[in-house]
Ligand binder design. Structure first.
Ligand SMILES: Cc1cc2nc3c(=O)[nH]c(=O)nc-3n(C[C@H](O)[C@H](O)[C@H](O)COP(=O)(O)OP(=O)(O)OC[C@H]3O[C@@H](n4cnc5c(N)ncnc54)[C@H](O)[C@@H]3O)c2cc1C
Length: 560
């Protein structure tokens, strides 16, 4: 075997985009050589903006996508960061939220190389006393896991799962529709049994709901760790209540992962766009919006190149940065108030990617690609407190360890494995975010040390390469992860629904005529759901005199 060198904590390394070079290079030549005019210019190539671009390209518009980084995909990208031959997801891996998106079928992304794997079991949690909890895509098997520790908890899980079948569809009904396009919530909720109880639960904290319904410490540990590591918010906060019931919602899909890496989603979208006459350029950070007669008519990039859009500009640039790309007075006071008061997420992510000679072995009869570890619920609540006050977590931090090669060997050379190890950490340390550069190695070592308590086989000689990202590195990598917010900004009542991104501007149209916005800043928010992307396409296509239904039907689609 060819010897492979180990990469020490690499900062700003030139990553190898997997399978993307051809897309980027070809596209660059096409745009520059032809001097094309474009109907739509898209600033940023995260999965959401690529989804919007794909629908617009399918509708017959000439689309140009400009990505600031050397690779498209944003939080859905796969690179060889640890070592040549390993496919590392530097951001997302679990793509549960996108599974209900009609986009996957409407754009037939399978034809463009996207295949999802549905691991079962999908979550596992080993405990210090040698017992463990495993989550399956099966009600009885998962209920039995709760029952191992408490029959009362098993009954509680079955009861909550049954109740969730009535309220869940109502809560999820409008996710794939722009705000105001679907049935009003009170209409969707009408007739739901014990509605008042669920309204109360939503307003409560996740931890209170867990304690109200479950008694055993192991079960509570599993549930509260999930409630922290999913939304990256202190589970003791009022309004986090639904995070306590994540297990009921998760059973349907589990934690699906794209075969070959998360980047396969955005690669498939890029292929779709190019197959529909679109052009994609990488290494093109957009720095300025071009405004003519009050209308946004194009963008300027850091290298001085300009691109004109005959019809519209679509941005997925973070709103905090976007407002600096045009004269402030054009945004209007109301919009600026909303941007000025936009808050980052409470918690960010500290992530270590590793290239391994063997998979972590946790003991016990089962395991899963996604493994959570945490000493006890109190430790999770302390982590919640620490992200609020700016303390880094070194001591047994609750973590998610993902080893996808156990179900997808294509992600590593034969017999080898990938690992992504993540904890929830504050971006704004008490000493300031720059302090992350000083404590990076210390935190990475602390994470590995704690993981080894459960997977002692992961000795140093089993680790071939590593790539570590602090919350500050995550922002440096992708400016849309503003202040380490991997969902672009906090959720919660003040930045959700009609208030995302800004009250009065939840319709993907921006105050400057001709400018639209999608991505995690917009409704319904972050994660890999593609919902902001498809919703933005619905609004833009409507404004252009057609509809997403006509475009999907294609025979009806027409360019206006
Ligand atoms: C470590 C980590 C783990 C995660 N795990 C999961 C997970 O398992 N499941 C999940 O659902 N979510 C996960 N997330 C969150 C998820 O990745 C994001 O919420 C999601 O990627 C947001 O998608 P988006 O399309 O809105 O934008 P992004 O993915 O943020 O993409 C925005 C794109 O725009 C580009 N851009 C920004 N500004 C400019 C500019 N001025 N000019 C040109 N280009 C620009 C960026 O470079 C980027 O490519 C994770 C995130 C991280 C960091």
């Amino acid at each position: 075997m060819t010897p492979i060198t180990r990469r020490e904590f690499v900062k700003g390394v030139a990553l190898t985009p997997l399978g993307l070079t051809s897309v980027g290079t070809m596209a660059q030549q096409t745009a520059q050589a032809s001097g094309d005019r474009f109907d739509i210019v898209v600033a940023g190539a995260g999965h959401n903006s690529l989804v919007t671009a794909a629908y617009l390209a399918k509708a017959g518009y000439k689309v140009l996508v400009l990505e600031g980084r050397p690779v498209v995909g944003g939080g859905a990208e796969t690179t060889s960061a640890t070592m040549v031959g390993f496919k590392d997801d530097l951001c997302s891996t679990g793509h549960t939220g996108i599974q209900n998106n009609p986009m996957l079928n409407e754009l037939k992304l399978r034809d463009y190389g996207l295949e999802y794997l549905f691991p079962d079991p999908f979550f596992h949690m080993p405990f210090a006393d040698g017992s463990s909890f495993t989550m399956w895509r099966n009600l009885d098997r998962t209920a039995a896991e709760f029952g191992k520790f408490s029959k009362k908890d098993e009954a509680a899980f079955r009861r909550i799962y049954a109740e969730y079948q009535t309220i869940g569809p109502a809560l999820e009904a409008n996710q794939f529709l722009p705000v105001g396009w679907g049935k009003p919530m009170n209409e969707l909720m009408a007739g739901i049994p014990r509605l008042g109880l669920w309204q109360r639960r939503m307003a409560m904290s996740a931890w209170d709901n867990i304690c109200d319904n479950y008694e055993d410490e192991h079960n509570r540990n599993f549930l509260v760790t999930l409630a922290l590591l999913g939304p990256l918010t202190d589970p003791i906060y009022p309004g986090t209540g639904m995070s306590a019931f994540g297990t009921a919602a998760l059973l349907k899909w589990g934690r699906p992962c794209a075969k070959g890496g998360a980047g396969q989603l955005t690669q498939a979208l890029a292929r779709f766009i190019e197959a529909h006459n679109g052009v994609i350029e990488v290494n093109k950070p957009v720095t300025r919006l071009i405004i003519e007669n009050g209308k946004c008519t194009g963008v300027e990039c850091a290298d001085g190149s300009t691109f004109h859009a005959d019809k519209a500009v679509l941005s997925t640039i973070h709103i905090k940065q976007l407002v600096n790309m045009a004269p402030r007075e054009l945004w209007g006071q109301g919009f600026m108030d909303g941007v000025d008061t936009w808050k980052e997420e409470q918690g960010s992510i500290f992530a270590g990617n590793y290239a391994l000679k063997e998979a972590p072995q946790y003991g016990g009869p089962h395991s899963a690609p996604a493994v959570m570890i945490s000493p006890n619920p109190t430790r999770v609540l302390l982590n919640g407190y620490d992200i609020g006050v700016g303390n880094a977590n070194f001591d047994e931090p609750p973590m998610l360890a993902e080893c996808l090669t156990v179900i997808d060997p294509s992600r590593a050379p034969a017999g080898m494995h990938t690992l992504k190890l993540m904890s929830c950490q504050p971006y704004s340390l008490k000493e300031g975010p720059e302090h992350w550069d000083k404590i990076k190695k210390q935190v990475a070592d602390a994470q590995l040390k704690y993981l080894r308590r459960f997977a002692p086989n992961l000795t140093d000689d089993k680790i071939l390469g590593e790539f570590i990202q602090t919350p500050l590195d995550i922002e440096r990598m992708n400016p849309a992860f503003w202040h380490g917010s991997v969902h672009a900004g906090a959720g919660g009542a003040s930045q959700s629904g009609a208030m995302r991104p800004v009250p009065g501007w939840a319709q993907y149209r921006m105050p400057i005529h001709g400018l639209y916005q999608t991505g995690a800043c917009t409704y319904p928010g972050g994660s890999i759901s593609g919902a902001p992307g498809r919703n933005a396409a619905m609004v833009m296509l409507k404004d252009f005199g057609t509809s997403i239904e006509q475009v999907v039907d294609k025979t009806e689609s027409k360019k206006t």
